[in-house]
Design a protein around this ligand. Structure first.
Ligand SMILES: [Zn+2]
Length: 298
């Protein structure tokens, strides 16, 4: 379903859904070395990967705008650092795109899946909490987009995660030499994921995205989510099983004509809460996401 028709439908479907997303405020950046050329920088709002290649630095995601200068300082302090020539946006969220403006002004290539660029060219208001996101000025928008996949001269490969796992513009970046796979928010490193069904994510997409990562990664691949610690293939498999179970249960409830509050009360993620925390907000939004994805065009 195109986003525009989905939005039209959701204008009537959107109930008051509690805000489920706390934006990180920290500007203290910590750096960990994953490889001679690849560092993970944490504390800017999301995990940022920096690849220090011979032709400049490539960044995967750019943190929140308020942390952009702290992040830039941390990148400049890396061994063999150089100007940032390439920035990937794994999706449009502010935690990923806060360095777009300064790096765009500095002439960097900003790579994103085309749907991510489209979201950044319009104002967005979340129906569940009224939160607003202003469209980006041209200089801060992705200036190199793709639909399916691509590769850089450095050997870095990237591609679309078309399942609508987190948004409808999720991408992965793979470093074949180092066997490191960055997946943005298509896999969550900690707690229940934020379910952004307004811009295309849905519970079935979480399952599909995880299965796609499962088939892309091997046993030794280090998988870098946007939030939380590194994941292994075993972690991804466990997540795919868990979300698959939850999806089946929610789908059954949907088919029986149940609503989001009934879904929350039924506790379909009960056995996972000891590890994952209270699931009520996630279940409510995951149920809503089924409406968003499966409803016929309104
Ligand atoms: Zn996100």
């Amino acid at each position: 379903m195109p986003a525009s028709t989905r939005r039209t439908f959701l204008k009537t479907a959107a109930a008051a859904i509690p805000a489920s997303y706390a934006f990180a405020q920290s500007s203290k950046i910590t750096t960990s070395k994953l490889d001679e050329k690849i560092y993970m920088l944490s504390g800017a709002g999301c995990n940022v990967l920096a690849f220090t290649g011979t032709d400049g630095v490539t960044l995967i995601d750019g943190g929140l705008a308020q942390n952009a200068s702290a992040l830039a300082e941390a990148v400049a302090a890396l061994p063999n650092s150089a100007p940032v020539r390439t920035l990937f946006n794994t999706h449009w969220h502010p935690e990923q795109t806060g360095s777009n403006q300064p790096l765009g002004m500095a002439g960097a290539t900003i790579i994103a899946q085309e749907n991510t660029r489209l979201w950044l060219t319009q104002n967005i208001t979340y129906p569940w909490n009224g939160q607003k996101f202003k469209k980006f000025p041209k200089i801060a928008q992705p200036n190199k987009t793709f639909y399916d996949k691509g590769a850089l001269d450095s050997g870095i490969r990237y591609g679309y995660i078309p399942d609508a796992a987190h948004t409808d513009g999720d991408l992965y970046v793979y470093f074949p030499q180092q066997d490191i796979l960055a997946v943005g928010d298509a896999a969550y490193g900690q707690g229940w994921p934020f379910m952004d069904w307004w811009t295309g994510g849905w519970i079935g997409g979480i399952v599909g995205g995880l299965q796609r990562i499962q088939s892309t990664a091997n046993r030794d691949t280090r998988i870098v989510p946007a939030q939380g610690p590194l994941l292994s293939l075993a972690d991804i498999t466990a997540q795919a099983d868990m979300y698959g179970t939850i999806f089946d249960r929610l789908n059954q409830m949907l088919n029986k004509g149940r609503g989001p509050s009934e879904a929350v009360e039924a506790k379909p993620a009960k056995e996972f809460e000891a590890k994952m925390g209270n699931s009520d907000e996630f279940i409510r939004s995951a149920f809503e996401s089924q409406w968003a994805y499966l409803s016929p065009d309104a």
